[in-house]
Design a protein around this ligand. Structure first.
Ligand code: SF4
Length: 325
């Protein structure tokens, strides 16, 4: 018997009507996140990664396509049993403070989901809150404090603890590290990695910092202008990216290996990403791609299999060969 993936999107599109025209924020994404995976979604600002994450959990309405969570259609699941869906999938916001009530103490913040879902007696809920604090390594002395009095790292730990209150199977995290100091980021990354291993969670993390994704994620999706540029298993993909855009993104990431770092040369892309209001015809990366050929301007590349890695949407990536910038 095959087990359905944790998350599966098919032809997912999210378009916005604006005064200037139709913004194709997400434009046909087929994403598969295996159960128990730590899956990173990366790309420059405006590539649609946050919109995609929000659509997965139902915070954004899809224009077309579908989202399946653990094999069930997300839309009907949320409509039929919103509480059960919330006990299965939780979302972690970029700004923890903005996602919490400023008047509630940490203790109240953590107990609230248990009360809403009518889980446990008052004593059992207090015990659960204490366990949650232990899980995210925060001392119980913060229980009566307001979130705004906490450090950025502590706030994000509280928001993670709250997301775990209902024992979800899946966490979808929208840039949970971007508001933190560099020194604190590593601690929160390590926390996610520990929780994933300890609780067997499936974690999707949206990030623009490839170094973090390379460090902890088992799988990665690279997005460019609303589409998947490349996807696959992190280690081989980061070791030998097939898509020129992934190569350029990775070239900007310092290597922890001093020998590799000494020989690292940065690939500088010309220009900014085009507007999703008016994406280029053919390959969306063709206006910035240093190795574009005539075909790239006319025909949109489909995702092609890249041996041992995954898939890349590039005309020049073909059974064992791919462009190298
Ligand atoms: Fe570059 Fe063409 Fe490949 Fe697009 S399809 S990434 S333009 S080589």
């Amino acid at each position: 018997m095959t087990t359905s993936p944790a998350i599966e999107t098919s032809g997912l599109a999210i378009h916005f009507k604006t005064a200037s025209g139709l913004v194709r924020a997400v434009d046909g994404i087929d994403l598969t996140v295996a159960r128990g995976a730590f899956h990173g979604i990366v790309g420059e600002s405006g590539c649609g990664k946050t919109t995609l994450a929000r659509a997965i959990v139902g915070l954004q309405t899809a224009t077309a396509g579908s989202v399946r969570i653990l094999g069930r259609d997300r839309t009907t699941w949320q409509r039929d049993d919103r509480k059960e869906f919330a006990r299965t999938v939780q979302f972690i916001f970029q700004d923890p403070l903005g996602s919490m009530s400023r008047r509630q103490t940490v203790g109240q913040t953590l107990e609230e989901p248990l009360q809403i879902h009518r889980l446990g007696s008052a004593t059992e809920r207090r015990k659960k809150v204490s366990e949650l604090l232990d899980l995210v390594a925060i001392p119980s002395t913060v229980l009566d404090r307001l979130p705004r009095s906490l450090s950025g790292g502590q706030r994000q730990r509280v928001s993670i603890a709250r997301a775990l209150a209902l024992n979800p199977q899946i966490l979808v995290c929208d840039e949970p590290l971007s508001a933190l100091d560099v020194s604190v980021r590593a601690q929160i990354v390590n926390l996610f990695a520990r929780l994933q291993a300890q609780l067997g969670l499936t974690i999707v993390i949206v990030a623009h910092d490839l170094a973090i994704v390379r460090e902890v994620c088992s799988a990665v999706t690279v997005m460019y202008l609303g589409k998947t540029a490349e996807e696959g298993v992190s280690k081989p993909l980061f070791a030998d990216p097939a898509h020129p855009y992934t190569q350029a993104l990775l070239s900007a990431v310092p290597s922890p290996d001093p020998r590799i770092e000494a020989s690292r040369s940065r690939i500088l892309l010309e220009g900014d990403p085009p507007s999703p209001l008016n994406p280029p015809t053919g390959c969306r990366f063709s206006t910035r791609c240093p190795v574009a050929v005539v075909q790239c301007r006319t025909a949109e590349p489909a995702l092609r299999l890249v041996p041992h890695t995954g898939q890349a949407a590039c005309h020049l990536a073909d059974s064992g060969t791919h462009p190298v910038l």
